[in-house]
Design a protein around this ligand. Structure first.
Ligand code: ASP
Length: 434
């Protein structure tokens, strides 16, 4: 029998996970069973992916940068990458604002529901607010200071410090370009081999993806809050999801216009990374797979993908910024506030910056939302309103974050002449055969 393509296997795993959890909730011992015996496998799967992130960034970025002929090539690509990332983020926030202003989901929330939500989730919202407070208390240049680590081993020991590892890797790569070629050769060869090993490890981990997502989704279902709360927030959630779908349409269009690659080519290539982003809610955990898909299936040369993607996973969060815009205006509407045009422009600026500052881990977008709210003068207590549906929306926005990184890497690849006409792997799942 022909083996099912990976993205179908992952989808099947997700669907079975949900069905299994729904069945288990009929038994009193069911949820406990999933917590104790199923969820750990999901955690192991995510841990294995995260385990690869730091070595992958080090190996591939050092290799990518040192493969460039000179520093001017690097700065050209760097400039283009950042510009495209910021542009797509601004488009995303604008889409979010347009949708939420058009539908006005906040107006449908009754006073009673609002009270109930604030009561149920006030505590959790407060802890997010405190996290955000810590970030706000630092000086204006703290974000810059945070990029430069004082110890590379220390920086590599925390996946939250991805930007620091990226800084080190680019710096190291520049050093490698500048030393005589003969001396650089063995170092490059080492990182080449190292990179190959890491990619193989990803292949092996991905063999377990369908089981991993089964466990993750099953655990999510038994931990989810009641369906009533979902219903109250349905309009808001629909606005976020509609905005996110529009944004995926924008990527497809951009890829089509700028690289002449068809929508089905793009979606086929990126879909396993999307599904994984959906299941893990973490761009960082998905990065290894995003890189592999983009290089081997979408035809972007390593020199570009190894530079553009790790940076994208850390700073380009279009889904997050779109969600922040919708959430901010929704909360304002629910509290009966009318936001003027200038305030909404302010939301574009703060949501763009807040999404850049959000870590690529589950729930990070909500912490940074506090900053958007504060800037726009919207009550922070409103966080409690949207808490119940944050996780499913996190899954959706992470999918968009990862899709955006893939699309931009293709566009940058095309612009600098590093997009192959044919992908390395023509048969989507050749590299996942054991
Ligand atoms: N979970 C998202 C990501 O990893 C960040 C967020 O919470 O919006 O991309």
């Amino acid at each position: 029998m022909k083996k099912l393509a990976l993205h179908w296997q992952i989808l099947l795993g997700m669907a079975l996970g949900v069905v299994f959890a729904l069945l288990m909730t009929n038994f009193t011992w069911g949820p406990g069973f999933i917590e104790d015996w199923i969820k750990p496998f999901g955690t192991i799967f995510i841990n294995a992916l995260k385990l690869i992130a730091v070595p992958l960034i080090l190996a591939s970025l050092i290799k990518g940068v040192s493969d460039l002929k000179d520093i001017s090539q690097l700065s050209k690509m760097g400039f283009r990458t950042i510009l495209t990332y910021v542009t797509t983020t601004v488009i995303a926030v604008s889409i979010g604002l347009a949708v939420v202003n058009l539908v006005q989901p906040g107006k449908t929330i009754s006073e009673d529901t609002r009270e109930e939500l604030v009561q149920s989730y006030g505590g959790e919202a407060e802890s997010k607010r405190q996290d955000a407070q810590k970030q706000k208390e630092s000086g204006p240049l703290q974000a810059l200071v945070d990029i430069v680590p004082d110890n590379i081993i220390g920086a590599s020991s925390n996946n939250g410090n991805m930007l620091q590892v990226i800084f080190f890797a680019i710096f190291f790569g520049i050093g490698l370009i500048l030393i005589p070629e003969k001396t650089a050769e063995p170092v490059k060869a080492f990182f080449d081999g190292f990179n190959e090993v890491i990619l193989k490890m990803i292949d092996i981990i991905m063999l377990f993806a369908p089981y991993g997502v089964f466990a993750l989704l099953a655990a999510l279902v038994v931990e989810a809050p009641s369906a009533d709360l979902f219903a109250a927030l349905a309009m808001y959630s629909l606005c976020v999801v509609a905005g996110l779908l529009l944004m995926i349409g924008v990527y497809i269009l951009l890829v089509w216009i700028f690289t002449k690659r068809t929508p089905s080519f793009f979606i086929n290539g990126i879909s396993p990374a999307q599904l994984l982003a959906f299941s893990t809610s973490s761009s960082a955990a998905t990065l290894p797979v995003t890189m592999e898909r983009v290089e081997e299936h979408l035809g972007v040369e390593k020199e570009v993908s190894s530079f553009v993607l790790p940076i994208g996973a850390t700073i380009n969060m279009d889904g997050t910024s779109l969600y922040q815009a919708v959430a901010a205006v929704f909360i304002a509407q629910a509290f009966g506030m009318n936001l003027d045009f200038a305030t909404q422009l302010g939301i574009i600026a703060t949501a763009t910056l807040a999404s850049i500052g959000s870590a690529a881990v589950p729930g990070a977008g909500m912490v940074m939302l506090v900053i958007v709210l504060a800037q726009a003068g919207i009550p922070e207590a409103g966080l409690a309103l949207i808490f119940a549906v944050d996780r499913p929306l996190d899954m959706c926005r992470t999918t968009v974050n990862v899709t955006g990184d893939g699309a931009v890497s293709m566009m940058v690849g095309k612009a600098v002449g590093k997009l192959r006409d044919f992908p390395i792997v023509k048969n989507w799942d050749d590299n996942y055969k054991a």
